[in-house]
Ligand binder design. Structure first.
Ligand SMILES: Cc1cc2nc3c(=O)[nH]c(=O)nc-3n(C[C@H](O)[C@H](O)[C@H](O)COP(=O)(O)O)c2cc1C
Length: 168
């Protein structure tokens, strides 16, 4: 088990575009019986409702979406660069079919009730604030629907308040 320490937002120095879309992150949710994580490449951070937040986009079909709905919190886990095989595995296989965390020989830790990946180097513990369906009637650019949603598997946007940042 690794030792994490609190990380203050004022120390945060990274490019959100490369951090999220190149490094990617694992979105984890669940409880002490069963936790799951999936690779995500869409998301961001900012200030909404006067709170420091993350927003992540999860399609209806994902098992992680079920767990995001069931529990009040989730975690955003950054593993660092060069984790391509892990990201590919967590982005292809569903936690409905296998225990991805165990199969990847990774470990789950808990911050309170919230699962996170012990192998991360930066973890955001988040409390759900809202869930919004991205439905076709909201798209103003006509290219979005045919490019992204031919199969009708729409994303939900979850906004989560960053309750704690942990780094090692
Ligand atoms: C590079 C990459 C980025 C991804 N980003 C997202 C994303 O932002 N949102 C999403 O819903 N699925 C995304 N996926 C797909 C999920 O990770 C994938 O469907 C996963 O198997 C879902 O696992 P689950 O059923 O255990 O939740 C991505 C996959 C890859 C490979």
């Amino acid at each position: 088990m690794h030792f994490f320490q609190p990380f203050d937002l004022s120390m945060w120095e990274f490019n959100p575009f490369t951090k999220v879309s190149k490094e990617l992150f694992l979105l984890a949710a669940g409880d002490k019986e069963k936790a799951n994580a999936m690779t995500a490449g869409w998301g961001g951070m900012g200030v909404i409702w006067g709170k420091n937040v993350v927003f992540v986009f999860v399609r209806e079909s994902r098992y992680t979406r079920e767990l995001m709905d069931k529990y009040d919190t989730f975690s955003v886990n950054f593993l660092g660069d060069n984790k391509k095989s892990i990201m590919t595995y967590f982005g292809k296989v569903s936690g409905r079919d296998e225990d991805k965390i165990a199969n990847a020989r990774m470990n789950v830790d808990y911050e309170g009730e919230t699962p996170y990946l012990d192998e991360s180097n930066l973890v955001l513990i988040c409390k759900k604030l809202s869930k919004t369906e991205l439905s076709p009637d909201q798209f103003l650019d006509p290219e979005i629907e045919p490019a992204m949603y031919k199969d009708g598997d729409y994303h939900y946007m979850y906004i989560g308040e960053i309750e704690k940042i942990m780094a090692r």
